[in-house]
Write a protein that binds this ligand. Structure first.
Ligand SMILES: Nc1ncnc2c1ncn2[C@@H]1O[C@H](COP(=O)(O)OP(=O)(O)O)[C@@H](O)[C@H]1O
Ligand SMILES: [Mg+2]
Length: 363
């Protein structure tokens, strides 16, 4: 039995150069430039309507760019029709043919391209083994669960042996548990095949768990292109800070005080050396520590999540959410002391929303 040969379907790199798509007066994708390495798993992440699907459809050739260009393996593909772009696609709607068996659904594209019977059989065998579809090959899509249907759609992408695979929210029709396992499957599959993946989702958990790098979009613009770890630890904008992390990062406006920043106008300095004017303090709920010597605060209410306990706390100037171990005994009305560890603090310009790396606490 032959595995997919390296030369045939190893990933190739993709470069987007100032890609823009305008529909009428609306700019859906705005000047996006991005390099995706061969064999990389790139996730395009962002809220609904931010241009993710449009960007993917531009790469696929299902839409034409208004301006900008796209390269695949160094060659310009901007004007190529979809069929010549060496990529496969998996959509949220699995787009299976209801009257065809699983087997015929998977090899449909190969038959269209008039591949020989032996090649078709070999590729089907590999795909069905990788996806555990062996016993389902004679069924019709209506006789499959959602997860099984999704696997058939993946099988179709695998047998095409294209070096690039595009997926648009492929798991959003599945229940939470199945989404978890399919996430792992898709990731493992991408690694096994070595293909380049561009995967669209609005789900930050999918992005954080699957991606080598994430392209975060907001209103058609690329706001950050980074590894999941970087995106979490050094969000470049307030938007990125709020979009990554559950619950999201706390953001507290700072105020100018003698020798540093205060949490309320005329308040005491809590962050020495930090300019207060026009600056937002960001701190993740999991980074705040309850300890003596911290800022005095009052617990407003709590939410028990099993492993974690979320405590909404009022402190001078505002409210913050604090994530504590679930065993921690804290209840609404309690007085607590909150420590904001200097190394866990983020600062943003209040007007532009941009990260300010020039600010260091305690400096
Ligand atoms: N063919 C089209 N004509 C006009 N507007 C479109 C078209 N396709 C998408 N849009 C608009 O572009 C924006 C981005 O859409 P889309 O890329 O589907 O977002 P996402 O996939 O991130 O939810 C939306 O406001 C959508 O209404
Ligand atoms: Mg979409």
């Amino acid at each position: 039995m032959s595995e997919p040969s390296a030369s045939e379907c190893r990933g190739v790199g993709i470069s987007l150069r100032s890609v823009t798509k305008i529909f009428g007066a609306f700019t859906a994708v705005n000047d996006v430039s991005l390099d995706i390495a061969p064999g990389e798993f790139l996730v395009i992440l962002g809220p609904s309507g931010c241009g993710k699907s449009t960007l993917l459809r531009l790469v696929a050739g299902l839409e034409s760019v208004t301006s900008g260009s796209m390269l695949m393996g160094g060659a310009d593909i901007t004007a190529l029709p979809p069929a010549d772009r060496r990529l496969s696609m998996v959509f949220q709607s699995y787009a299976l043919f209801p009257h065809l068996s699983v087997r015929e659904n998977i090899v449909f594209g190969l038959r269209l391209r008039k591949r020989g019977a032996q090649e078709v059989a070999e590729r089907l065998e590999i795909a069905s083994r990788l996806l555990g579809l062996g016993e389902l090959l004679d069924r019709k899509p209506s006789e499959l669960s959602g997860g099984q249907q999704q696997r058939v759609a993946l099988g179709r992408a695998i047998v095409s042996k294209k070096p690039v695979c595009l997926m648009d929210e492929p798991l959003s029709n599945l229940d939470a548990k199945l989404r978890n396992s399919m996430r792992r499957e898709i990731h493992a599959l991408q690694r096994t095949l070595g293909i380049t993946m561009i995967y669209v989702t609005h789900d930050q958990v999918e992005a954080m768990t699957m991606a080598d790098r994430v392209a975060l979009l907001d209103g058609g613009r690329l706001v950050q292109h980074a590894t999941p770890a970087e995106l979490y630890s050094r969000p470049q904008t307030v938007f990125a800070a709020r979009f990554i992390g559950t619950p999201p990062m706390n953001l507290v406006p700072l105020h100018e005080a003698e020798g540093g920043a205060a949490l309320e106008p005329g308040g005491a300095v809590v962050l020495p050396g930090v300019p207060g004017k026009g600056v937002l303090l960001g701190v993740r709920p999991e980074d705040i520590v309850l300890a003596p010597g911290g800022l005095p605060a009052r617990v407003l209410d709590t939410e028990f999540l099993g492993a974690d306990l979320l405590a909404r706390c009022a402190l001078a100037g505002g409210e913050v959410l604090v994530r504590l171990p679930g065993k921690r005994e804290v209840a609404g009305g309690d007085g607590v002391r909150l420590v904001l560890p200097p190394q866990a603090l983020h600062f943003f310009d209040a007007a532009s929303g941009r990260r300010r790396d020039d600010i260091l606490c305690g400096a």
